[in-house]
Design a protein around this ligand. Structure first.
Ligand code: CP
Length: 321
């Protein structure tokens, strides 16, 4: 029977962390704890999880120094679904343009009485830096090419939901591995839960040392596709690339894009993920992005439950009797 209050204790793990900065630092059981808690927040019937009061009286701020659609909106909704008050800060239009520093900006907002700061920044390690300067909890909502832990968690949650398990699955991460924080969070999380991970892309988009993380490397998508239970298609991060790292978008699409013809080489029940936003016609053709193997919008929906679980574990309280 589901209880109204998910205990901040799941299985053998009692949650003790104040910050979520990456999946690299988490114990596998901590990842399972978040996934199990997200299941508690998943509504089987309605459009979204029902409202709770576990964060009543708390204030959650979105501190976004980079653009976002999914992460920002779902963290805001997750906080409100748990009864928190929310502040939505974006660097554009703020006093950052007058020269106020990142840490000063965050400390001034914290002075309003913040319990949790959800931080996105282009600089790797920026959320970690804030966790050393603020008293409130900090959640990494994406830091440069380092990590995007809640995206990794919602990808893994979706895999577990669709496939029933993660251990023993072969997961292909395809595309711009070098610039992708989603790739890094997926790699850490999936390996900790016992998946086999193959990264695939042009050699210019795969870091030379990536195998040290425990993944296999491939450069021909058609060779690995028949092996994969899941493929997570990563966006080309044009905004993080300094110069052209492949001859043309058309050639990239021909060699690494997911299109109907290529999909015929895959297992029929291949689970196709993409963190979004997608460059339609580059990494995925529209018929594949919107087709039966795609779980792209399921990922977005699951992101709400996963973010509720993270906020709850970091700052939630039992509801009043
Ligand atoms: N996947 C993801 O992080 O999307 P946004 O950049 O829109 O938040």
């Amino acid at each position: 029977m589901k209880v109204d209050l998910p205990a901040r204790e799941s299985g053998k793990m009692i949650w003790t962390r104040r910050h979520l900065l990456g999946l690299e630092e988490l114990h596998p059981q901590e990842i399972v704890t978040i996934l199990d808690m997200a299941e508690e927040f998943t509504d089987s019937g309605g459009n979204r999880p029902r409202k709770r009061t576990n964060l009543r009286g708390k204030v959650v701020v979105n501190l976004f120094f980079e653009p976002s659609t999914r992460t920002r909106t779902s963290f805001g909704l997750a906080a409100r679904q748990l009864g928190a008050d929310t502040i939505d800060f974006s660097s554009s239009g703020s006093s950052v343009s007058k020269g106020e520093t990142f840490i000063d900006t965050a400390k001034n907002i914290e002075a309003l009485g913040i319990d949790l700061a959800v931080v996105r920044h282009s600089v790797p390690g920026a959320p970690h830096l804030l966790s050393q300067h603020l008293n409130c909890g900090v959640v990494n909502a994406g830091d440069g090419a380092h990590e995007h832990p809640t995206q990794g968690l919602l990808d893994i949650f979706t895999i577990r939901q669709v496939k029933g398990h993660v251990e023993g699955l072969t997961v292909g991460l395809v595309g711009d591995i070098a610039h992708s924080r989603v790739a890094r969070s997926n790699i850490h999380g999936l390996l900790k839960l016992g998946a086999r991970v193959i990264v695939c892309g042009p050699s210019t988009l795969i870091p030379p040392t990536v195998e040290r993380l425990g993944v296999e490397v491939a450069h021909r998508l058609d060779d690995i596709l028949p092996l994969c239970d899941v493929v997570n298609v990563l966006r080309i991060q044009f905004e993080r690339q300094r110069s052209g790292l492949f001859p043309s978008i058309q050639e990239y699409s021909r060699l690494f894009g997911m299109h109907s013809e290529r999909l015929r080489r895959a297992k029929p029940d291949l689970l196709l993920l993409a963190p979004g936003p997608i460059n339609r016609g580059v990494e995925l053709t529209p018929e594949v992005a919107d087709g039966p193997n795609s779980a792209i919008l399921k990922q977005v929906k699951n992101g709400l439950a996963v973010r509720m679980a993270v906020l709850y574990l970091l700052a939630g309280q039992p509801p009043e009797a």
